[in-house]
Design a protein. Structure first.
Length: 207
């Protein structure tokens, strides 16, 4: 039996780990959450100015702690009218005690009266894989769209974060209204995962 290699996930989020593992298993690699792998619990400050910096920092710090290949991701929303905000501050846009609702209210407030064609935005995900020898793979996925004028959808429990105010390009409904299948097809995370798969294929060929 061929033994599976393993990658340590800097995140503890089970859904994210499942999504990443669906790709890495094709390359013979399981994904193990950092706590399950016994990585010492150290707070890693996400103080980078880009998604690349933050996801690299998370992956690199955990790799240093355990000496194994590590994967991390960082995501957020960038809105053109407010110069790319909230960006890396997406989770805490409306302050330290931010909730999804308070973040959405703040965003809609800042865009009040702004016409649809100027409400352009994109979701971004960056996934970074760091090998113990320092070799790094960076996969970026983007999903362009617009910010709606009010929150829509999410009533049946689907969607989180800015999903109720983000309308992906080519649709007239928000992510929260469109549901999981469409979000996986056109979303930033799905695109970053597809790019990760492409890069791993290249990496294995070159090994
Ligand atoms: P994280 O880096 O994946 O934890 O994302 C940081 C923040 O970006 C989240 O707390 C959300 O506010 C926002 N965000 C990231 N991805 C999504 C998404 O797919 N839908 C809605 N909001 C998202």
């Amino acid at each position: 039996m061929i033994e599976m290699a393993r990658i340590i996930a800097a995140s503890q989020n089970k859904d994210k780990i499942k999504e990443i593992e669906a790709i890495t298993r094709k390359f013979g690699m399981d994904v193990v959450p950092r706590d399950d792998a016994g990585v010492p619990k150290v707070e890693i400050e996400e103080d980078g100015e880009t998604f690349e910096e933050n996801s690299y920092k998370k992956a690199y710090e955990v790799m240093k702690l355990c000496g194994e290949t590590t994967i991390a991701d960082d995501s957020g929303l960038m809105v053109d009218y407010i110069d790319g905000a909230p960006g890396v501050y997406s989770a805490r846009f409306s302050g330290e005690d931010a909730t999804y609702d308070s973040n959405n209210e703040k965003l809609l407030g800042l865009l009040e009266g702004v016409p649809y064609e100027q409400r352009t935005a994109k979701f971004v995900t960056v996934i970074t894989l760091v090998y113990p020898d320092g070799e790094t793979i960076v996969a970026r996925g983007e999903c362009p769209g617009h910010i709606s004028e009010e929150k829509r959808g999410g009533k049946d429990g689907f969607g989180f974060g800015y999903d109720p105010v983000f309308i992906p390009e080519g649709f007239d409904k928000t992510f929260a209204e469109l549901g999981t299948d469409i979000k996986n097809q056109v979303g930033h995370r799905g695109r970053a995962l597809a790019e990760l798969e492409r890069l791993l294929e290249c990496y294995q060929k070159n090994e």
